[in-house]
Design a protein around this ligand. Structure first.
Ligand code: SAH
Length: 480
């Protein structure tokens, strides 16, 4: 037996209110909430509020609503298209409902479903696009939760895009054959270059590409978004990253991006792990570049998902250059970089008034060889240093910095799996840092932060680095 859903007792429609009068009866918060909701429409609000609260008065003034500042009378409903009884006073609300019904006007009584001819939805407003969520009064909290989810999925610029679409409707009908060609145009319009131009605030540019799409040959091309997945926790993904994941045809992700984040993409999107982990490269960087270009040229919408921020030790520079050379459009979505997540886990101020006013992102891998790299010099002059990929070179980093004159007592914080539930914190001094190299039990990614600002961190949930064994050198030798 096929599943038959139960019948809706309230059927959703979109009612035209432009130029129509909508009456709200009530003085307080319920009336204000309805005024805010209806104020998103071009209906004319008449608010019957003899003892309007200060907030309601302020709203009425700011929104040029009509204020009836005396007790409710039946004629207040004259000519109304919709009525809201929002006084919170049951006898009065009942009177308003009875009067409206006698006049043949649909009425809603706040918090009294049995008196309602219609229910007000939770609303996602991207005018002219609206998504209305109704639960027949069963779950206002549920409706708000659904609303929040849908709101996240829809681009803030969707309304502008939809308004632009209206101006293309006639031309599309005239110039494009019904069926596939027209569908292709609109799909590209709402998800391709015109949508991206509107999202970037360039409505004129969107108009130009859409016009070219109408008259020129089929120029729809793919697009690659280099997206920061953040440090690992799903809820540190940005809303934009999440939306692009939902729109992608194909997701290319690194090894460090947890499955739970990759899984936030559309269920039918193709997924390719191009992960590079220390020691086991499944694809070379030039293979990845070539793959991105090929997918873009095929017209696919690609998300290249990188851990943290894509522009920080993410090889994004090479990927963007390859795409640019190939004429494939690309964009970058920033993410929470590991240094920020590690600092947050440690409640560690990266800049600290009177102590340090600069910070740097670096990797210890350039410390071999003779001259001290610039970042080490900056560390010595007091900057906070975030060391990426620093576990296997911890002794080098510590040894060279101390040798160059940074105090062995300088504070150090180390975070494994920042932002994730398996997060571990260690603290100590520069002299303790070499111990990190022998911690083969630290299987997750590790971030090291060095500098005087680290002294301002919260050490209550962290272990002492000094408790770790040091390979080769004794701690005194390192300090010497
Ligand atoms: N683009 C990334 C960095 C990639 S390099 C970013 O912006 O964060 C990989 C290094 O990042 C790892 O070796 C480690 O030092 C750091 N890293 C990434 N995720 C981390 C995490 N959850 N916790 C600690 N360090 C992390």
């Amino acid at each position: 037996m096929p599943h038959v859903p139960p019948k809706l007792n309230a059927f959703p429609v979109f009612m035209r209110v432009e130029g129509e009068t909508v009456v709200i009866v009530g003085d307080g918060d319920e009336a204000l909430a309805k005024a805010r909701l209806l104020g998103q429409s071009s209906g004319r609000l008449r608010i019957v509020a003899p003892e309007a609260s200060a907030d309601l008065l302020g709203w009425i003034a700011a929104n040029a609503a009509v204020h009836v500042a005396r007790a409710y009378a039946r004629e207040d409903l004259n000519g109304a298209a919709l009525v809201f009884a929002a006084s919170g006073d049951e006898p009065l609300d009942r009177r308003v409902v009875a009067d409206a019904r006698a006049l043949g006007i649909k009425v809603n009584a706040v918090d009294r479903p049995e008196l309602c001819d219609f229910f007000t939805p939770a609303l996602v407003n991207r005018a002219p696009v609206a998504v209305a969520i109704g639960t027949e009064g069963a779950g206002p909290v549920l409706a708000q939760m659904i609303r929040a989810r849908i709101d996240r999925m829809l681009s803030p610029s969707l309304g502008t895009l939809a308004s632009l679409a209206v101006t293309f409707r006639d031309a599309a009908e005239k110039l494009l054959a019904k069926g596939a060609p027209r569908r292709r145009f609109w799909r590209e319009f709402f998800e391709g270059a015109p949508a991206r131009a509107v999202a970037g605030g360039d409505v004129a540019g969107a108009h130009a590409v859409a016009s070219a799409m109408l008259t020129g040959p089929d120029t729809s091309t793919g697009h690659v978004a280099l997206v920061g997945a953040g440090p690992g926790a799903e809820d540190l993904l940005t809303l934009r990253a999440q939306r692009l994941l939902m729109e992608a045809d194909i997701i290319l992700h690194d090894a460090l991006v947890p499955d739970a984040v990759v899984a936030m993409g559309r269920r039918d999107a193709e997924r390719i792990a191009v992960g590079k982990r220390k020691g086991c490269h499944s694809k070379s960087q030039s293979e990845i570049n070539a793959l991105l270009v090929a997918l873009g040229r095929e017209g696919r919408r690609v998300v290249r998902l990188k851990c943290g921020d894509p522009l920080v030790f993410g090889r994004a520079g090479e990927e963007m250059a390859a795409l640019r050379d190939a004429g494939v459009s690309c964009e970058v979505v920033p993410g929470v970089t590991a240094a920020f997540a590690a600092a947050a886990d440690f409640e560690l101020p990266l800049t600290l008034r009177g102590v340090t006013s600069s910070m740097m992102f670096t990797t210890g891998h350039d410390l071999k060889g003779g001259a001290l790299p610039d970042w080490a010099k900056l560390a010595i002059s007091g900057a906070t240093v975030a060391v990426y990929m620093g576990r296997s070179v911890a002794a080098d980093v510590a040894g060279r910095l101390i040798e160059a004159g940074l105090s062995p007592d300088t504070a150090v914080a180390v975070v494994e799996n920042a932002s994730l539930s398996g997060c571990r914190r260690f603290h100590g001094t520069l002299a303790d840092l070499p111990a990190l190299e022998d911690r083969h039990d630290l299987a997750g990614p590790v971030m090291t932060i060095i500098g005087d600002a680290v002294a301002g961190a919260n050490f209550s949930r962290s272990q002492a680095l000094a408790a770790l064994p040091v390979r080769g050198l004794t701690r005194n030798e390192v300090a010497a």
